[in-house]
Ligand binder design. Structure first.
Ligand SMILES: [Zn+2]
Length: 286
């Protein structure tokens, strides 16, 4: 849902996958294993160039899943990540930390709600082990998003979730909420991209919400937000009627949209401001 900058090294250049891989394997004790790993570093680099090329044109769905990388098994490649990049004190940990620190305020770029607490492999490392430590494939994510995504990937264009380093879906408004009339009022979230988007692009917006189960997460957050603002809205309505409520919601919305037009809270305020029922007191819980 949020575009974030790609991982960069100390010289402000995108990390070279080969260099990262070689740092990670540099302290492997077994000489034989280390030699086998280093022998595929060129393959890791070539695969990462292909990755960045495909990701930049939304074609990662064309990536073919694989098992071994040269003479290195998939499990051994995955171990480079789990044993050489994740543990504190491992040779790759500084790179791990650097990628984790990319999102502003540690906000998960996949949902815009959770706090980053892990790196998720956009193309799952079990299916695409060559990308186990490729920086472009490592996405800072919250626990919710990582759990919901797990090993998901798609072989179709529209089935791809959004890639936070490459996919800017915030040029247009596409996340929408409806006010659900009830007591208390609720909000239902869905994607509604503009007509000029291609069919696969439209499908991806919907896939992203569905695969990460974001509508239920957004609805729950909207319910909490409504509880927090309810008494304020009631005071405004007493003083100035529905117009005062709407005016307040629109003012808040302008500030929220200036930051993220497709955040759940922007969609919630857009829906609330548009709803006559809500502004006329539908926000009350009695
Ligand atoms: Zn998340």
């Amino acid at each position: 849902m949020r575009l974030i900058p790609r991982p960069i090294d100390d010289d402000d250049k995108p990390f070279e996958a080969r260099g990262v891989f070689e740092i990670c394997v540099s302290m492997v004790r077994s000489k034989a294993l280390r030699a086998r790993l280093l022998a595929v570093s060129q393959e890791v680099e070539a695969a990462s160039i292909d990755y960045n090329d495909k990701a930049a044109s939304a074609r990662l769905f064309q990536m073919v899943r694989h098992d071994a990388v040269g003479a290195v098994s998939g499990a051994e490649m995955v171990q480079v990540y789990t044993g050489r990049m994740v543990p504190k004190g491992s040779t790759g940990r500084a790179i791990y930390n650097r990628i984790m620190a990319i999102p502003v305020n540690q906000r998960c770029p996949l949902c815009g709600i959770g706090t980053v607490n892990t790196l998720d492999h956009f193309l799952p490392k079990t299916q695409f082990p060559v990308f186990s430590v490729t920086p472009s494939n490592l996405i800072p994510a919250c626990a919710w998003c990582q759990w919901e995504k797990r090993d998901y990937y798609s072989a179709t264009s529209g089935g791809q979730i959004l890639h936070p380093y490459f996919d800017d879906f915030n040029t247009d408004e596409w996340l929408v909420a409806d006010v659900v009339v009830g007591c208390p009022a609720a909000f239902r979230f869905y994607s509604s991209p503009p007509n000029h988007w291609s069919a696969p692009k439209r499908a991806r917006a919907s896939t992203h919400l569905k695969q990460l189960k974001l509508p239920s997460l957004f609805s729950s957050n909207a319910g909490s937000r409504l509880s927090e603002i309810r008494s304020r809205l009631a005071i405004l309505r007493q003083k100035g009627g529905a117009a005062a409520v709407r005016n307040h919601l629109e003012e808040e919305l302008a500030s929220i949209e200036a930051e993220h037009k497709n955040s759940w809270v922007a969609a919630m305020y857009r829906a609330a401001a548009k709803s006559d029922w809500f502004c006329q007191g539908g926000f009350e819980d009695t």
